[in-house]
Design a protein around this ligand. Structure first.
Ligand SMILES: [Zn+2]
Length: 659
């Protein structure tokens, strides 16, 4: 009886953990999970004879005295690599010479992490080691067990060995470094070093606290129900067994297809939350792989394309002070223009003034810049040079360069702020944000027009846009009648925008597009915003206490309320954000992913809502349909896993009667 319950709990916990850590699709709350876990822990404590190493309670082990060297059962080879597409073509030519044209290839992202080998016997994880030199590695089983994306028990009692790449998500890396800095410890140079440092902890409970994950590739199947004949099948099988695989993988017909994949990811990689430094291209057919074999160090059936470097050094010409719509004063690096990962960069983020001090950045320094997840590159460090010491230290400004008021610290914020509500730079930033795509999307009125309108005193606050006549635009330099009309009409059109866009446009601190959408789902009219309590706001999923307070204060400020009333007199329609015209999609939830050809995702979402349907940003069992456009990513994969119906663009258009 007890053993049955123990087995039941283990299976349940394994299933939930698999969905959470491997599929990224939580099925139950943390609370429910913890309850099951505690029950299992208690039962095992009372009945220690039933404890087995593959129990979910056995992830964190003790402290080791050192890492033992082990010989790998199967050698972990290196890969030949190139930065050059023609070399890829040459590599492929050798293969087609042997096997004829159109040898299928599989493209996988090359994760910039730590290669490891994992062995499973009868479906249980028994042994794991670092790559080392490919022949000898270090045994780190205990630490690997703490990584939740590594299954302790497979869904089948198979004997397999897999290779994986351990990585730390970029966001977790930044968090860990922030904590290290706060504790006065040295930050890690990059996510790979952080992952390596975390894996080589003698105390496995420290590894367990670090957010590490793993993508699995290259299965070696010794004994299992299936024996794949292609690499692609092997990868799908590994997924079935319970391993996490990278969703960005593609089977292509020939080398041109692989090159297309490389080109696509050269820029798209910055959107990922993990570092990737290239693409691994493998011959799909395992029989061909066998025939091709290995050179002394690398397989002939695989090669790696490396992306151009993401880091480069250049000279810091100046530090410019930017003032955001919330008054945040931020330093921006002005650089000697340089080519970084395929684009010319002349500005980079310096985060905040503390960072400048910490890195001792001085104008004139040689600095290392890096492109990370963000589009805007950042300055990582000062390169060692003799000149550095001769340069004057950087002085943090004490007054706002725009209005001359003192710059102040704000409790709980790292940035410094200009708190003058009439600061011209803040007012202009708010105006620019108002017309931005994310907010009211008035694209014919750009920053230079705003500057002119502001300087002529025609527009000081967003409400003033709606007081403008076409004649006002004609007062601006170089503006002719046609564009004056365009700008006037675009502003009038914006009155029809949704309530969530309007809320976004208001520049309430910490309330961006996504937060505004969450709010409007619960608070459907502008009037309701004025009466909503701070408690109700903080109960909304995704709204923290701080944001709730900001929103509450915004809607209880007399000046703001007056302005909101004024907006109404100009005929804004935002009360019913989207008019529901039919209910044909009532009860259906859609998730949009990838790029659509005939419309933007926002437009598609409006169509769905106008027909009574709902949209969501993440795929779950509750999702009715996933609409997949070009280059759809992980959401598509998840939909496939969950068996959610996937529609392409044409099918969607047919469904809503537009084709
Ligand atoms: Zn100011």
């Amino acid at each position: 009886m007890i053993q049955e319950r123990i087995n039941f709990l283990r299976n349940e916990l394994n299933k939930y953990s698999y969905n959470y850590y491997v599929l990224d699709n939580p099925l139950i709350s943390d609370f429910e999970y913890d309850n099951l876990y505690k029950e299992l822990e208690e039962l095992e404590k009372q009945n220690p004879i039933f404890i087995t190493p593959d129990s979910p309670t056995q992830r964190v082990g003790g402290i080791s005295t050192g890492f033992k060297e082990v010989k790998h059962k199967y050698r972990l080879y290196s890969l030949d690599n190139t930065y050059n597409y023609d070399e890829l073509r040459k590599w492929y030519e050798k293969i087609t010479n042997e096997f004829g044209n159109n040898v299928e290839l599989v493209c996988e992202l090359k994760i910039d992490g730590l290669a490891i080998a994992l062995a499973y016997k009868n479906g249980s994880f028994v042994h794991g080691a670092t790559r080392g030199n490919g022949i000898i590695g270090e045994e780190i089983t205990q630490n690997l067990r703490t990584i939740k994306a590594i299954p302790l028990k497979l869904f089948e009692n198979a004997d397999v060995e897999v290779r994986g790449e351990i990585y730390m998500p970029k966001t977790s890396f930044e968090k860990l470094n922030d904590e290290n800095i706060l504790r006065g410890e040295k930050p890690f140079a990059n996510p790979r070093n952080a992952a390596a440092g975390s894996l080589r902890q003698l105390d496995s409970s420290i590894t367990a606290k670090r957010d590490l994950s793993m993508f699995t590739y290259t299965p070696i199947i010794e004994r299992a129900k299936k024996q794949p004949t292609t690499h692609w099948e092997g990868i799908q099988y590994v997924k079935e067994l319970g391993f996490k695989i990278n969703p960005n993988i593609r089977l292509v017909k020939n080398i041109e297809g692989a090159i297309e994949f490389c080109k696509e990811w050269e820029t798209k990689r910055f959107e990922l939350d993990y570092a990737t430094d290239g693409v691994v291209i493998k011959v799909n057919n395992l029989a061909y792989q066998n025939e091709l074999g290995f050179t002394s160090r690398a397989p002939k059936w695989a090669t790696a394309f490396k992306f151009p470097p993401e880091e480069i050094s250049t000279t810091l010409r100046d530090i410019e002070i930017g003032i955001g719509k919330t008054g945040a004063v931020t330093p921006v690096a002005i650089l000697e223009p340089v080519n970084l990962a395929g684009s010319i960069v002349s500005r980079a983020s310096l985060h905040n003034f503390d960072e400048i001090k910490r890195l001792d950045i001085r104008i004139g320094d040689r600095v290392l810049i890096k492109k990370a997840a963000e589009i805007i590159p950042k300055v990582v460090k000062v390169c060692d040079s003799n000149e550095h010491n001769n340069l004057p230290e950087y002085d943090i400004p004490h007054v706002c360069p725009s209005c001359g008021e003192p710059i102040k610290e704000v409790e709980g914020e790292v940035n410094l702020y200009c708190l003058n509500p009439n600061c011209p730079a803040i007012l202009r930033a708010k105006l620019e944000y108002w017309v931005s795509k994310e907010a009211m999307d008035i694209d014919s009125v750009g920053p230079s027009i705003i500057e002119k309108l502001y300087n002529l005193g025609l527009v000081q606050a967003p409400i003033d846009f709606y007081k403008l006549t076409t004649d006002d635009f004609l007062k601006l330099d170089l503006v002719k009648e046609k564009s004056a009309n365009n700008m006037y009409n675009a502003i009038q059109e914006s009155k029809k925008k949704t309530l969530s866009k309007f809320i976004t446009a208001l520049s309430i601190r910490n309330v961006g597009k996504e937060t505004a959408e969450l709010l409007v789902n619960e608070i459907p009219t502008l009037d309701a915003f004025k009466s909503v309590s701070i408690e109700k706001l903080s109960e909304i999923d995704g709204i923290g206490d701080k944001i709730a307070k900001n929103i509450y204060e915004f809607f209880h400020n007399e000046h703001n309320l007056k302005t909101l009333d004024e907006f109404k007199t100009y005929g804004f329609e935002f009360n019913n954000s989207i008019q529901i015209r039919t209910d044909e999609l009532a009860g259906k939830t859609f998730v949009l992913t990838g790029t659509l050809q005939s419309m933007t995702r926002d437009e598609a979402s409006d169509i769905i809502k106008s027909k009574g349907g709902k949209t969501s940003s993440s795929v779950s069992k509750k999702t009715s349909y996933v609409i997949a456009g070009e280059s759809a990513g992980s959401k598509l994969d998840k939909a496939q896993n969950l068996g959610v119906i996937i529609l392409n663009e044409t099918e969607f258009l047919k469904m809503v009667g537009m084709e």
